[in-house]
Write a protein that binds this ligand. Structure first.
Ligand SMILES: [Fe+2]
Ligand SMILES: [Fe+2]
Length: 189
């Protein structure tokens, strides 16, 4: 059986992409059902992608001595907090409100929501590592050697997290946006 865990898969299986075939990504913004909720939610995903990319670029620049350590650490504590808190909130809303409602619409893709839910757990575990690594960098402020070593580990693990997050966000968008375009936004009452 195909391994569908976040670390193993390269995309969702075709059986779960039936609605995407009806609503290809290129058509989304032109669809009359494309609404503010979808736009807001896609923008959140874009923001997570950007903040991870910024932090990784910062770490690389710091390792290459192109970014001063005090500037690096102040940006890291600001972006890191925003990223972790924002992603936790985002996952909670999806798991609690959106997934249970959207999963009811079409049995053919119901299994996709379990995959996304499992992804969240996998990403949460990686977020714990992210926090540990970021704290190790911040605590090494006064020791250039440790700062360099810890930033190296932070950057390597963040590169892995970025890859997993991108896989998750793409698959989630391609599962959920077609459901909303076809069946409408979930009623939150
Ligand atoms: Fe998600
Ligand atoms: Fe999401």
């Amino acid at each position: 059986m195909t391994d569908l865990t976040l670390t193993a898969r390269t995309e969702l299986p075709d059986a779960l992409r039936v609605l995407l075939a009806e609503y290809p990504r290129i058509s989304w913004e032109h669809d009359p059902e494309f609404n503010d909720l979808i736009r807001f939610w896609l923008d959140r995903h874009l923001m997570f992608r950007r903040v991870v990319s910024e932090m990784r670029t910062d770490a690389q620049q710091m390792l290459d001595a192109k970014l001063a350590p005090p500037k690096f650490t102040s940006r890291l504590s600001r972006f890191g907090g925003m990223f972790v808190q924002g992603l936790h909130e985002h996952h909670t809303i999806e798991d609690t409100y959106y997934f249970p409602k959207l999963a009811q619409h079409d049995q053919r893709i119901e299994a996709g929501f379990d995959i996304l839910d499992k992804d969240h757990h996998e990403i949460d575990a990686q977020l714990n590592t992210f926090v540990e690594n970021a704290n190790a960098v911040l605590n090494a402020r006064d020791n250039p050697t440790h700062m360099h070593e810890n930033t190296g580990k932070f950057e390597a693990d963040l590169t892995q997290l970025e890859k997993l997050l991108d896989r998750h966000l793409n698959d989630e968008e391609e599962l959920i946006v077609p459901v909303i375009l076809k069946f409408g936004a979930p009623n939150m009452e």
